[in-house]
Design a protein around this ligand. Structure first.
Ligand code: 5RP
Length: 266
């Protein structure tokens, strides 16, 4: 691996090999998502705990302080919206633009098993072809569109392996039962995705803790942090699981204590 790409990869993972990315790219197909209407305000208190920020070029330019030291993972696929067929994506951003924005990595969604399977796999392939000469890692996002029930170990392991074979440097995938099957079949780091807001934050702590125990390298989780009533408490408790091996109970205690102190401070 050349120095530039290795430098980017080292910045994307802490010395323990783990990472916690904060995604705020939802608007690219969902519009003004709840609690993300003003992305700059949402992320300000969370950035100190993030190892990467996943966003589009529009939000990056309009809402993110260029002085940030947090690595930027640029969302570079799009072209569809929640009103239509989410799987019909193309690459939206040129290599010039990725370099101009000094990104640490780029992210692209792939919809295996959909009508646009080949198109989105080729989006990944072409992006790897464009990014590798400049040392920019590509994060492949396992996407299921509106078919959330697809998220089982068989499908996710198939997807992760294919994305790594095509050239992804990191794979983002949903958590599932027997998550080790996804990790063991994938020769590049696997990062757990979040998903829609859960009823309790403990459910999030449980699946993140389980995924980390079964070999995940980290987490890319948005709504369950910034739609939480105490986003900093949620972020810090998850950071404790990822980087400090906190148990689910320890994370929950930390969350409750931080939440109470935050609410008292308001
Ligand atoms: C959407 C994405 C998002 O980055 C990510 O999945 C959103 O995070 P969360 O589901 O935790 O809100 O890739 O396809």
């Amino acid at each position: 691996m050349d120095w530039g790409k290795e430098n980017r990869m080292k910045r994307l993972f802490r010395d323990n090999g783990r990472c916690f990315y904060l995604p705020i790219d939802h608007g690219y197909f969902l519009g003004p998502t709840r609690k993300l209407e003003k992305p700059g305000e949402t992320i300000a208190p969370l950035m100190p705990y993030a190892d990467g920020l996943f966003c589009t070029r529009g939000v990056l330019r309009a809402c993110v302080d260029p002085a940030t030291r947090v690595p930027i993972i640029l969302r570079v696929s799009g072209g569809s919206s929640i009103l239509g067929d989410l799987t019909n994506e193309e690459v939206t951003t040129s290599i010039d633009e990725m370099l101009r924005l000094n990104v640490s990595a780029v992210g692209v969604s792939i919809f295996l098993g959909s009508e646009h399977e080949k198109q989105t796999v080729m989006n990944l392939a072409k992006l790897v072809n464009e990014c590798e000469p400049y040392g920019i890692p590509v994060m492949a996002v396992t996407a299921v569109g509106k078919e959330l029930e697809k998220r089982d170990a068989r499908f996710l392991a198939l997807a992760a392996r294919i994305f790594a074979e095509i050239g992804a440097s990191v794979v983002k995938t949903y958590w599932c039962e027997n998550f080790e099957k996804v990790v063991e079949g994938c020769p590049v780091p696997v990062v757990i995705a979040g998903g829609p807001k859960t009823e309790t934050i403990r459910e999030v702590f449980e699946f993140v803790h389980d995924g980390m125990q079964r070999g995940a390298s980290g987490l890319n989780l948005g709504r369950n942090v910034w739609q939480n009533e105490a986003p900093v408490a949620a972020m810090r408790a998850l950071e404790a699981i990822i980087h400090h091996n906190a148990t689910v109970d320890e994370a929950e205690t930390m969350y409750e204590e931080l939440k109470n102190s935050q609410l008292q401070a308001v």
